[in-house]
Design a protein around this ligand. Structure first.
Ligand SMILES: C[S@@+](CC[C@H](N)C(=O)[O-])C[C@H]1O[C@@H](n2cnc3c(N)ncnc32)[C@H](O)[C@@H]1O
Length: 296
């Protein structure tokens, strides 16, 4: 099976939920060369590539392993902080993304960089009991949370939802056949991958012709007023709140990562370069967030 051929792929199996244990079948191996990723990133963002991040987070030369560790560390409080920091709004934005992905009953859908599974659960509602959802992330701790959340859903909800599987893997080197999925989502993941062009071209490869991906993330707004408000909120609300959870440094990476992230217009260009036939970027949440909708 393809899952075993790809050395980066680990199939996550539920074993003892109460002990929060997941059995990972194959070992995680380095995916893409960081050298190539950096070259891509420099080509993509030009002078922005040098934007410094806080110590240990998303600075040049950082390896995939360090990124995994960062998200592993955030995992225990990730959902709680998301709810607090967005005043619950992230769920509305995620529902919009799922709607725009075109996921329908019976579809096979994938959520990349799934974290603790928010988007995958909403996708599961959309595709229903006859559909299938795959959540992929490279941080084992995030997948453990997703798995625990899934197992604690009320049984009626579980029955109404599709089968969800969690896979540990790299969004830049997907362990799936070409043309596998009817719909895809990615929430706050594209900004975090080492090579955006690679992740987009992998998404394009695994979607069926005509299928769509909706990529939700912070908006790197070109409007100075929006940019100023976003910068103020991150510095004065988000980072201090994260600091109260002992994660100040981990959340300081947000602002530089948003400034390095392509603007909506750049995302549309990158999606087309990756082979998507159509791409549109929507600004939402007072333009603080954005959703790229790309059609294969
Ligand atoms: C900010 S979290 C978003 C989680 C979730 N999608 C959400 O919206 O709540 C970003 C996630 O991307 C994952 N990630 C970053 N780079 C990745 C990569 N190259 N391959 C797979 N997952 C990656 C991290 O482990 C983390 O769980």
């Amino acid at each position: 099976m393809l899952l075993q051929q790809n050395p980066f792929t680990c199939r996550v199996q539920r074993t003892d939920r109460r002990a929060k244990q997941l059995q990972i079948i194959s070992a995680v191996a380095p995916g893409t060369s960081s050298e190539n990723s950096l070259r891509d990133e420099r080509a993509l963002s030009g002078s922005r590539a040098g934007t410094p991040g806080p110590a240990g987070a998303f600075v040049e030369g950082q390896e995939a392993e360090a990124r995994q560790q960062l998200f592993g560390k955030i995992a225990p409080v990730y959902d709680q902080l998301n709810n607090l920091l967005s005043l619950g709004q992230h769920r509305t934005w995620k529902r919009m993304a799922v709607k725009w992905s075109g996921a329908l009953a019976g579809h096979a859908a994938v959520d990349l960089c799934c974290g603790s599974g928010d988007l995958a659960f909403i996708l599961a509602e959309a595709v229903g009991p006859l559909g299938k959802v795959t959540g992929l992330d490279f941080a084992a701790e995030m997948l453990q949370d997703a798995d625990i959340r899934q197992s604690s859903l009320p049984s009626l909800t579980k029955r109404r939802q599709s089968h969800i599987r969690w896979i540990q893997g790299d969004a830049q080197q997907l362990p799936f056949e070409n043309n596998s999925f009817d719909a895809a989502t990615m929430g706050y993941g594209l900004r975090n991958v080492a090579s955006i062009p690679k992740a987009l071209s992998e998404l394009q490869r695994v979607l069926k012709p005509g299928a769509k991906v909706a990529v939700l993330d912070f908006n790197n707004s070109t409007n100075p007023a929006v940019d100023a408000i976003q910068g103020w909120a991150l510095e004065n609300v988000v980072v201090p709140m994260a600091r109260s959870y002992g994660l100040g440094e981990e959340y300081e990476y947000l602002r530089p990562s948003i400034k390095r992230f392509p603007t909506g217009r750049e995302q549309v260009r990158l999606a087309k370069e990756a082979g998507f036939t159509k791409a549109v970027h929507y600004e939402i949440g007072f333009d603080l967030m954005g959703v790229l909708v790309a059609t294969k």
